[in-house]
Design a protein around this ligand. Structure first.
Ligand code: ARG
Length: 470
């Protein structure tokens, strides 16, 4: 049998040295086309750049390059129109597209793979794909941050109880609370942009693992594909999946933050808190309890956090102890990464849509802040300003609170005489510090909860967001 006609039934891409076809189960077991076809457009983009570079250095003729580029462009149309016939027999996205190219343009199609391997090809495709997706995720993150800043400004004067240990601690402004969420997301945003830098490095040219004997110019390909630079080391280039782990770790921290916000939203919509209202369009009802309006969107975001953590553990474990360079294990990188991307994008969209629609129940928040002796620290600080040592002031206020609990009175509801039984340094002016408005306004320094500080902080956040970028 001549060397150009493979043994019947063996794989047309690599079956030359095989004497029997692949086992039917093994064929299905080792194939990735069912999920890696999501990389099709990036695969074509990478192939066009590769062929262009090969022609530039004289490995392909211009006519060969043109045939390849035209064929690949047509295939892209077939994929976009949903006409492309994917075949498990052809294992993965790369070989499906290459086989179709050869169908269309004949022998020249077989020259496309000159000087590359699926190992550098797949690593390049994932990076191109992730880079595009990061830009979509970033836009949603930005939209959410803008929504939070705007809402915080609107609620800069709204008073609510601040909590530690989920017990009423001190009054804060709702705007201040919202800007705390915004800070979490600002850090996530920086992590995302930092991750993008390491995604944007090009493996192509590493070939299988050692580089190639053709006179390739990796700077040309990198520039055509918008990569920052070619990867330094061919062994590392085909085996590195740090970028996928980094993205998933960014996603895990982001979802952890969204789960914390979700938890608070869920609590606040309950009848027991009654701090906010979420519009009906973000909620669902119960099929048995007619009165129910459930905060499904934040609940589901809270729940989805778990699957993203799972993907992070999955990817870390996938890479653990892998010897250099490429190993088939790496085919398992795609599904967790794709699912992480889909989950993050959906959760961010849900939040970015929902946040501007949050309605504060101001009276209810105010009442709750009044109930829990939330200005006790203010009374202690007042006593300190009048010369009482802080520890003694703490004790005096503790006794006042105990009295209030017995008499069912907040500190601001006690008479001057009632307060003076615990300390005679207390005067009429004490009531200024015992009001909720006085309490929040007094915390008037950078990072404090005073309404003026919240407005200034919102402006700084808006400026910082506008200054971010590449
Ligand atoms: N489907 C493979 C993957 O996702 C592509 C690279 C395969 N390389 C190989 N030598 N079998 O990792």
């Amino acid at each position: 049998m001549s060397s150009s006609s493979p043994t019947p039934g063996t794989n047309q891409s690599w079956g030359g040295r095989f004497s029997e076809p692949t086992d039917a189960f093994v064929e299905r077991f080792t194939a990735s086309v069912d999920f890696d076809q999501r990389l099709a457009l990036q695969d074509i983009q990478g192939s066009i750049a590769h062929a262009t570079m090969l022609a530039r250095v004289g490995v392909l003729t211009d006519a060969e390059r043109d045939a390849i580029v035209t064929g690949l462009t047509e295939i892209r149309g077939e994929i976009e129109r949903g006409e492309f016939q994917w075949s498990v027999k052809l294992e993965d996205v790369h070989m499906n597209i290459e086989a179709r190219l050869t169908d269309k343009i004949g022998i020249t199609g077989k020259k496309l793979h000159t000087g590359r391997s699926r190992n550098d090809q797949v690593a390049t495709d994932i990076r191109l794909f992730l880079r595009d997706e990061i830009d979509v995720v970033e836009a949603e993150l930005k939209r959410l941050r803008e929504g939070l800043i705007e809402l915080a400004e609107r609620e800069a004067d709204t008073i609510m109880p601040g909590f530690t240990h989920l017990q009423t601690a001190q009054p804060v402004t709702f705007g201040h609370h919202l800007l705390a969420w915004q800070e979490m997301l600002a850090r996530d945003h920086e992590r995302l942009l930092d991750c993008r830098k390491r995604v944007n490095v090009m493996p192509l040219g590493a070939a299988a693992l050692a580089g190639t004997t053709y006179p390739i110019d990796r700077h040309v390909t990198a520039e055509l594909l918008g990569f920052e630079r070619p990867a330094e080391n061919s062994l590392d280039a085909v085996s590195d999946r740090d970028f996928a782990i980094e993205f998933t770790s960014f996603a895990s921290i982001l979802l952890m933050h969204l789960s914390r916000m979700s938890e608070e939203l869920v609590l606040w919509t309950s009848a027991q808190f009654d701090f906010i209202d979420l519009p009906d369009r973000f909620c669902t009802g119960s099929s048995i309890m007619p009165q129910k309006k459930n905060p499904d969107v934040p609940e589901l975001v809270r729940g989805k956090t778990g699957r993203v953590y799972g993907h992070l553990m999955g990817l870390l474990t996938l890479m653990k102890s892998q010897p250099l360079a490429y190993n088939k294990d790496n085919q398992e990188d795609k599904e967790p990464l794709f699912d992480t991307l889909d989950t993050v994008r959906d959760c961010l969209k849900a939040f970015a849509d929902m946040v501007p629609a949050i309605e504060a129940r101001k009276e209810s928040m105010y009442e709750a802040a009044r109930r829990g002796f939330s200005t006790a620290t203010d009374l202690a600080d007042y006593l300190v300003r009048r010369g009482v040592a802080f520890r003694d002031a703490h004790e005096i206020v503790g006794q006042s609170v105990a009295f209030g609990l017995r008499e069912k009175k907040d500190l601001s509801e006690m008479s001057l005489d009632e307060l003076r039984q615990f300390s005679d340094v207390i005067d009429d002016d004490v009531f200024e510090v015992l009001t909720l408005e006085g309490s929040v306004a007094a915390r008037n320094h950078i990072g404090g909860t005073a309404p003026d500080q919240v407005r200034a902080a919102a402006q700084r956040a808006r400026d910082a967001l506008a200054a971010l970028g590449r």
